[in-house]
Design a protein around this ligand. Structure first.
Ligand code: MSP
Length: 513
């Protein structure tokens, strides 16, 4: 990933229900990436949105006794409020019912058709359709007559004449692309899955549904004269492109995207079908796709349709410790390249030991000692690099560049542990008793403030509100520096005041929830 610009996207969630921990995990992770990239000096475009067409949404509207438009408007407001609450810094928000998106999808399909007229053809198709996935399911994906991902939903036997996309034609192209760009799809496990799929052969896919009215009308006229509804995935995937303004002038300014962040269940759509669509249209492919794992509850994936997590309302879960600890916990506990469990025991442990006792304690002792011994002004010290800061920043950058967010958080934490150990060893409160050791005390306090300032920046992508507040306490009105400036950060003369604890202990009544 290079260059001054960075275009980042997440999956657009189905507008059939409220956001849950799984959706939140993806958006929080992507937000940490966006914030990190900004700290690296890049101009970031960060797009999220909602997937509003298709049977799944139409069925939810019917169940709620409202129109599909009312359904998506209600859900959009709830998603936007949740992302604001979690401090997600997306500057773009796309909804697939927006006119510019609908126009863009039509233009893309027409462009594919104009360049490769054989790529779309009509055929009668029969198969089991899962409305939960909005996908036709193959044999291995059906157990006891149900989709393995949506066991509470009935599969629909579907027999109809549809438009097909000649995906099979792009198999060799995709294989060559994967070979030439080993980091196109990461992590490695996801790449291996897709390579195996490519080697087993790609089948053409049905890309329209007859009688689907809650959809973008498929622009090509069918032989029976009926207009078909565009399959929801063929409509949703292009959101990444239409958000740049496609097909209107200026879209190339941001396309191709640098990174699509999506869950592992939809990697095939993003690493195979979407690139094939773009290639068919003669448009550049996204530079990278990342397939993260799942947040689990008791070993099972959070999911609305299977009811996992139904008793764990997202707003209530955030209430317990607040948005920033929630963000931190998810990203530290659930590795960005794998699955992880949500558990209140682990959350309580991490909150107490890492946030309250680790980071919170470092902040309060640093601020109060500078106040007590030096009237709140950080003493100056001959500028000299600190090996521990260099080590932590180096480890952090390596991890974050490789999108190992959990390792990035761990590297930042290494500096917190080191700083607390430094305070315990140096014992500034003992040095302070001896006036002859003034220079030693200056050096210790200076080092502590520097550790604290660096830690505030490194943790900013994970806990933006708390770290912005910490930064203000340490640095006042000074702008937060980029990562590159950290190893030589000079904190001399910075004035500060102690305040309330950054991570208060939860009240006993709350802790017993
Ligand atoms: N609408 C499609 C995506 C279209 S993108 C062009 C969709 N929506 S979804 O609401 O089902 O899922 C949205 C994202 O949330 C996906 O990336 C999915 O993997 C992610 N998650 C849903 N449940 C999850 C967990 N329990 N854990 C982590 N992320 C999971 O798919």
């Amino acid at each position: 990933m290079s260059g001054a610009r960075f275009y980042l996207t997440t999956a657009i969630d189905y507008a059939n229900g409220d956001p849950h921990q799984g959706h939140a995990y993806e958006k929080i992770g992507a937000d940490a990436i966006a914030r990190y990239q900004r700290l690296r000096g890049r101009q970031v475009r960060f797009c999220m949105g909602l997937d509003e067409h298709g049977q799944k949404v139409a069925q939810a509207a019917a169940a709620n006794g409202i129109t599909p438009q009312e359904q998506v408007d209600n859900i959009a407001a709830r998603f936007e409020a949740m992302w604001a609450r979690l401090c997600i810094s997306n500057d773009r928000w796309i909804r697939t019912t927006q006119p510019h998106h609908r126009r863009g999808v039509k233009a893309l399909i027409e462009r594919i058709h104009a360049r490769n007229p054989d790529d779309f053809y009509e055929k009668t198709y029969e198969g089991w359709y899962c409305v939960g996935c909005e996908l036709f399911k193959r044999e291995g994906e059906i157990v006891d007559g149900r989709c393995v991902l949506h066991p509470t939903r009935e599969l629909q036997w579907t027999e109809e004449r549809n438009w097909f996309f000649r995906l099979s034609k792009y198999q060799e192209f995709l294989r060559a692309h994967f070979d030439a760009h080993p980091d196109f799809l990461r992590p490695e496990a996801r790449r291996n899955e897709m390579l195996a799929l490519l080697d087993s052969g790609l089948e053409d896919i049905s890309i329209t549904r007859a009688r689907l009215s809650w959809a973008i009308p498929f622009p090509l006229p069918s032989s029976d004269g009926e207009t078909q509804g565009t399959w929801v995935w063929f409509d949703a995937l292009p959101n990444y492109l239409t958000d740049t303004g496609y097909p209107d002038e200026g879209w190339e300014e941001w396309w191709p995207a640098d990174l699509h962040v999506v869950g592992k269940d939809i990697v095939r759509l993003h690493a195979i079908i979407w690139p094939a669509m773009l290639q068919a249209a003669g448009l550049p492919l996204p530079r990278h796709v990342w397939g993260h794992g799942f947040v689990l509850l008791g070993g099972e994936r959070f999911s609305k349709s299977s009811g996992v997590g139904a008793g764990l309302d997202l707003n209530e879960a955030i209430d317990r410790y607040g948005p920033d600890p929630f963000r931190y916990f998810l990203l530290r506990e659930v590795p960005w390249d794998g699955d992880g469990n949500f558990s209140w025991e682990r959350f309580a442990e991490r909150y107490t030991s890492e946030l309250a006792n680790g980071l919170g304690n470092l902040a309060s002792r640093t601020l109060s000692m500078v106040a007590k011994y030096r009237g709140g002004v950080t003493p100056s010290l001959e500028a000299r690099p600190d090996a521990e800061v260099e080590k932590a920043v180096g480890g952090y950058v390596a991890a974050m560049d490789a999108l190992r967010l959990h390792d990035g958080a761990a590297a930042a934490f290494g500096l917190v542990w080191h700083a607390n150990a430094f305070v315990a060893e140096t014992q500034p409160w003992i040095i302070a008793k001896d006036e002859a050791r003034g220079a030693e005390l200056d050096a210790a306090l200076h080092a502590m403030v520097r550790y604290l300032a660096v830690v505030a920046v490194l943790f900013f992508p994970f806990m933006p509100e708390k770290m912005a507040a910490l930064w203000r306490r340490v640095a006042g009105e000074r702008e937060m520096p980029g990562i590159a400036a950290l190893p030589t950060l000079d904190v001399a003369g910075w004035t500060m005041e102690p305040g309330d604890p950054l991570f208060p202990r939860p009240e006993p009544a709350k802790a017993g929830l």
